[in-house]
Design a protein around this ligand. Structure first.
Ligand SMILES: Cc1cc2nc3c(=O)[nH]c(=O)nc-3n(C[C@H](O)[C@H](O)[C@H](O)COP(=O)(O)OP(=O)(O)OC[C@H]3O[C@@H](n4cnc5c(N)ncnc54)[C@H](O)[C@@H]3O)c2cc1C
Length: 508
């Protein structure tokens, strides 16, 4: 019998865990090293006032039988274990524009999606139908997204990589309100005018229009189930272990070294950490300084300020919808705020619990925030593992921002004012310290339609046994990262083989 090959995975975000689960099931002996106290990266859930909040997964698309996310979770054997709640079929997302009393609704299923918007824009049926047809056509150009057995890997030459989302939407109609509505949930991918490629918009939107689900009782359960697959197959996960060096000899990585000097050798290494940090840790002459500089210079998507609110009993109605609310006229410019105009938009996510009946127990409100806003405290580090605090001025900053944001939210949701029991805030520094990104970016490297290949990061490196995975390879989001893990693992087990396994698992 051949000895089991060993795989060392740095980081236990969704990407690291899906790779770990797949490779464990394929007979590899997997070890995962995670710097944090909890596994999961952005999947982590945390409790405040006995209420569970999600740090980075509010809803997931493509979870109906036969759809892409369902098929991946089914193959991993976790689909039926997840506690899910289908979002409102008539309105999974609600878009609220500045100076417009209406609430616009995104319905699930293309027909209902079209009919829902046509009800608000009766003269615009052709534009709305053309929008949907093009979104679906673009998605069909991505065989891997469709888990099609003929898929070769991520496409690099498709025309939609080089098209701007906002320009595409504006080309369909002169109705500016409809343009804003069609771009209205762009915080899902940190969309920027004249930058975000159309394929990013299409792949994200299509997955939610197909079906949209909320995880009940915390997205952390995804991490828990994936970790248990790794353990069941003899693998190990170590938390509170920070990797500092990836050491190579010739064309092969030899070992990683952790903060306490422990060395872990393996046959194969997978980094789930941001590529800039991975290359920073990687000691080899094979990666040229110009390439390292290029990766380091890639711009990340923005970060966020989040208020996690626990609510008084029976004080605020529970909704199976998410809200995207705008305070300026253009949904693509919310990032262009000043201290005086912040925030220009915010999103509201309800957290679902198995106890929830009619009234919400907790909500999270998210607004964009730039890392530079918290730079005065950038030298502080604060997590549950190493609680150090950042000082009174930081607490005052958070309080001021929370009050500013809440005042804007009350204008649209006046009943919230008396419903709040307590609230807790997170800033770009919180995301930085808990997720391990340099600037707290929520979705990693920002894609750019003007130069799509520059923002494309390969899962391969110059070292034959060091692979990358996670939201910076392929796409962000639960779906994007899961597909990125398939790409990474395909290097070891083959893509056709993996896709056949996924197919076989649907009928098993
Ligand atoms: C506020 C927010 C809301 C979101 N909402 C949604 C949503 O509703 N739906 C959706 O699909 N997606 C959503 N996302 C995106 C999604 O959560 C992420 O794209 C995805 O979870 C990223 O997974 P990942 O594997 O790339 O990496 P990460 O989750 O970033 O994990 C990387 C891991 O590596 C660890 N690490 C870093 N450095 C080291 C080191 N040196 N040594 C050891 N470990 C290390 C980190 O601690 C972390 O655990 C949201 C994200 C955010 C932030």
């Amino acid at each position: 019998m051949e000895p089991q090959k060993t795989v060392l995975i740095v980081g236990s975000g969704l990407g690291g865990l899906v790779c770990g689960a797949i490779l464990s099931m394929e007979g590899y002996r997997v070890t995962v090293l995670e710097r944090n106290k909890q596994h999961g990266g952005n999947l982590q859930s945390f409790a405040r006032d006995k209420h569970l909040f999600d740090s980075g997964v509010h809803y997931i698309g493509g979870l109906e039988p036969g759809q892409n996310m369902y098929r991946i979770f089914q193959y991993l054997g976790i689909m039926n274990r997840l506690k899910l709640e289908k979002l409102d079929e008539a309105a999974f997302d609600k878009i609220v524009l500045a100076n417009d009393p209406r609430t616009f609704r995104y319905a699930q299923g293309y027909e209902k999606f079209i009919d829902g918007l046509v009800a608000d824009f009766p003269a615009e049926r052709p534009a709305i139908e053309a929008y949907c047809a093009e979104i679906q056509r673009i998605c069909s150009e991505f065989p891997l997204y469709n888990l099609n057995e003929q898929a070769q890997g991520p496409p690099t030459e498709t025309e939609s990589l080089s098209r701007d989302t906002q320009q595409f939407i504006a080309s369909l109609t002169d109705n500016v309100t409809l343009q804003n509505v069609l771009g209205g949930n762009n915080p899902l991918y940190a969309g920027i005018k004249n930058k975000t490629p159309l394929y990013v918009h299409a792949l994200v939107l299509n997955s939610y229009i197909q079906s949209a689900y909320r995880i009940v009782d915390g997205g952390g359960q995804i991490a828990k189930y994936l970790a248990s697959i790794i353990r069941r197959h003899g693998g190990q996960l170590h938390n509170r272990v920070e990797v500092r060096r990836i050491v190579a000899e010739g064309k092969q990585a030899q070992y990683v070294e952790t903060a306490d000097g422990t060395q872990y050798a393996a046959d194969v290494f997978i980094s789930n950490v941001h590529p800039a940090q991975t290359y920073d840790m990687l000691e080899t002459d094979l990666v040229r300084p110009a390439f390292r500089r290029r990766v380091e210079a890639l711009e990340n998507s923005l970060s966020a300020f989040v208020i996690n609110i626990t609510l008084k009993p029976e004080a605020f109605a529970y909704e199976r919808s998410n809200y995207y609310c705008y305070l300026n006229d253009d949904v693509w410019t919310s990032m262009d705020y000043t201290d005086a105009t912040w925030p220009l938009s915010y999103s509201v996510f309800f957290s679902g619990t198995s106890r929830t009946k009619g009234y919400a127990e907790g909500i999270s409100i998210l607004a964009y925030m730039k890392y530079e806003d918290v730079e005065p405290w950038k030298d502080s580090f604060n997590t549950a593992k190493e609680p150090t605090g950042r000082g009174g001025s930081y607490e005052e900053f958070k309080r001021r921002k929370a009050e500013t944001l809440l005042e804007k939210v009350y204008l649209r949701f006046p009943q919230l004012k008396d419903a709040i029991k307590s609230y807790y805030t997170a800033t770009p520094l919180t995301f930085r310290d808990y997720m391990g990104t340099a600037d707290g970016s929520i979705y990693g490297i920002a894609k750019d339609y003007t130069d799509p290949l520059r923002t494309f990061i390969s899962h391969r490196t110059k070292l034959s046994n060091l692979l990358l995975t996670g939201q910076n390879v392929n796409m962000h989001g639960v779906l994007g990262v899961s597909i990125s893990a398939l790409v990474t693992c395909s290097e070891l087990v083959g893509l056709p083989y993996l896709l056949k396994k996924i197919d076989d698992a649907q009928t098993a």
